[in-house]
Each structure stands twice: as structure tokens, then as C-alpha cells.
Design a protein. Structure first.
Length: 229
């Protein structure tokens, strides 16, 4: 039986050629797939605890590959969340499973809306390691409603919008924020698709327990169908 996420995934595949890119690029070689799992031996505790050092590592990794953007992360089981107690402790399996697509680039890089939408909600989730400035857009596709969460943005972006405001395809949603604005992360955007907001506003889980993976696969459509790399 198809889940809501399955149905939305099918629609996204059918309309994929119509979507506007989330960031500007010349060709797919501008992107480097980044690994934030336990397989990456560079992700030491000392690196992850120092946001500036973590950012330097990403910048140097991209520069060595002659890439403009780092990308990846959909349903990736990550070790990087050990840097913040916001994601829990190992006593009851800490949250480590990442639900969105991350695109890593310099601060103030614009992020674009992939199709016509309206603003569902927004907020400033200011825990260490959280989303920071966050915008959630509501989309309609062939009668189905779903949502797109854009996290780690700039505060100026959430100061200039209102719930219900319409955003057209190709319009700037926001900009990648500074450490103080984005939850103290190296500069990037967290892009996540959501079937139902379940009454939430301005926030939605983006990192969950690995044990709950199958449950979340029914709720979170594949963002790589919007922006493939």
C-alpha cells in the first residue's frame, strides 16, 4: 500500500523537469557529496565541538575538490549530532538520522523556491545545533498538499515574510545564515519535504532516532526528487 510519502514522490518524479533549482550552479560537478557518518574519520569530537573549525574543514574539503557546494544527507545516519545535547544521549538512543537534504555553501548564499507556494509558518529555533532561522512553505501538486522546510537561514529572511504570503517559483526563499542565526552550524541550508505538519508551526523534526526510520519514511518525501545531484 502506498504511503503519503510514496504518492508525493510519484508526483515529484512526474514534475521533476519543471522545478527551479534550490541554488544557482553551472553543472553537476559544482557539487561534492559529503559524508557525515561514522565512516568519516575526520569528524573528531574536537572538530565538531568548534563550529569555526568544522566550517573550515568543509571549506577546505570543497576547495580541494574544486566544488562550489557540499551536498547530501537524506536519511543519513550521522555522527555529527553528538556535538549538541539537543539531539539527546545514548541512554535512549540519541537522534542521529537526518531527514533532509543539506546544501553547504558560504554565508548569505541565496536559496530559491522550486515551485509556487505560500508561507505556512516560520520561526527562530535557537538551540545550539537546531535550525536557527526557519521557513516552512506549503505546496500543492495535483491536489496533494505537502510542505518544504528550509532551515539554517538568515534572520533577515524571517523578518520580511508573513504567513499566507505567496512565493513564486524561482523566488528567493532565504539566505544561508551566520553561526549566530543558523543554530551554530557551518553555513548550509537544510531542505526537507513533509507530508503533514501535524499541527506544528515554524519547526518540525529533522533528526530522529534510527530505530524509527521506517515510520519516518512514510512521512518524509525524497528531497532528491526536487533537486537531484
Amino acid at each position: 500500500m502506498l504511503t503519503n510519502a510514496d504518492k508525493i514522490n510519484e508526483l515529484l518524479k512526474a514534475h521533476q523537469k519543471d522545478f527551479y533549482p534550490l541554488v544557482k550552479y553551472n553543472n553537476k560537478t559544482d557539487f561534492l557529496l559529503l559524508d557525515f557518518t561514522a565512516d568519516n574519520s575526520h569528524l573528531t569530537a574536537s572538530l565538531l565541538e568548534d563550529t569555526a573549525l568544522f566550517a573550515q574543514y568543509i571549506d577546505e574539503t570543497l576547495a580541494k575538490a574544486n566544488a562550489s557546494y557540499g551536498i547530501g544527507g537524506y536519511f543519513e545516519h550521522r555522527t555529527v549530532y553528538a556535538r549538541s545535547s539537543h539531539f539527546g544521549t545514548n541512554e535512549n538512543e540519541a537522534r542521529r538520522l537526518h531527514l533532509g537534504l543539506d546544501i553547504w555553501a558560504p554565508q548569505n548564499t541565496p536559496v530559491y523556491n522550486f515551485m509556487d507556494a505560500k508561507v505556512h509558518s516560520f520561526g527562530f529555533n535557537n538551540n545550539f545545533g537546531d535550525y536557527g532561522a526557519t521557513i516552512i512553505l506549503e505546496y500543492q501538486l495535483e491536489g496533494f498538499t505537502f510542505y518544504g522546510l528550509y532551515g539554517h537561514l538568515s534572520l533577515k529572511d524571517i523578518e520580511q515574510i508573513a504567513e499566507g504570503q505567496e512565493l513564486i517559483k524561482g523566488q528567493v526563499v532565504g539566505h544561508m545564515g551566520t553561526f549566530e542565526e543558523n543554530g551554530f552550524w557551518p553555513s548550509h541550508v537544510h531542505f526537507q519535504l513533509i507530508c503533514s505538519m501535524d499541527g506544528k508551526k515554524g519547526d518540525y523534526p529533522g533528526v530522529v532516532r534510527y530505530a524509527d526510520k521506517q515510520q519516518w519514511l512514510t512521512k518524509i518525501p525524497n528531497p532528491n526528487l526536487v533537486f537531484s545531484f
